[in-house]
Ligand binder design. Structure first.
Ligand SMILES: Nc1nc2c(ncn2[C@@H]2O[C@H](COP(=O)(O)OP(=O)(O)OP(=O)(O)O)[C@@H](O)[C@H]2O)c(=O)[nH]1
Length: 166
């Protein structure tokens, strides 16, 4: 869980880092079902990881909810001397998929805050209607995960312990 402020609203986001290895794929696909925003991440020092993005993108299309927001990330931007994937290639792929694109570095923190803020903004925009409603009640803190749960509850199931079936 992390709280970031976007557009004057404190948003609590829940972050899942899915395993990249093939043998965990059955488990990781289950995480897609509740996702509202997804980073598709490759390593700029690995052409192979860039080639894999197509597979990740098709899994996301298949298993994530329709309105899920996606951003393409080329990580390890600090490893310039080992670069195998040009920034232009990242931009091109992002354009093909209609996604925003950032090169980042988890080591130096380069573009980490920016990319998380952008993805949160995109998710908020997708929830604009609910957000405007909350604003009119003066709410300045939003838990996106809870908002999603509320949306998923079948009518009359508010008090049921197992209310969310999405
Ligand atoms: N130089 C550099 N190394 C990084 C960066 N991000 C991650 N690493 C290193 O890359 C290795 C793999 O990082 P992980 O976070 O395990 O990568 P992952 O994609 O989550 O791995 P799996 O989920 O197991 O596929 C570790 O040794 C990290 O320290 C970065 O931005 N720059």
């Amino acid at each position: 869980m992390k709280t970031i402020e976007v557009d004057g609203i404190k948003v609590r986001i829940q972050i899942w880092d899915t395993a990249g290895q093939e043998r965990y794929q059955t488990i990781t696909k289950q995480y897609y079902r509740r996702a509202q925003g997804i980073f598709l991440v490759y390593d700029i020092s690995s052409e192979r990881s860039y080639q894999h993005i197509m597979k990740w993108a098709s899994d996301v299309d298949e298993y994530a909810p329709d309105g899920v927001q996606k951003i393409l990330i080329g990580n390890k931007a600090d490893e310039e001397q080992k670069r195998q994937v040009g920034r232009e290639q990242g931009l091109q792929l992002a354009k093909e998929y209609g996604m925003d694109f950032y090169e980042t570095s988890a080591c130096t923190n380069f573009n980490i805050k920016e990319s998380f803020t952008r993805l949160t903004e995109l998710v908020l925009q997708a929830h604009r209607k609910e957000l405007d409603g909350l604003r009119s009640y003066g709410v300045d803190e939003l838990n996106l995960a809870e908002l999603e749960e509320e949306e998923c509850k079948p009518e009359g199931a508010e008090n049921s312990p197992k209310a969310c079936w999405c």
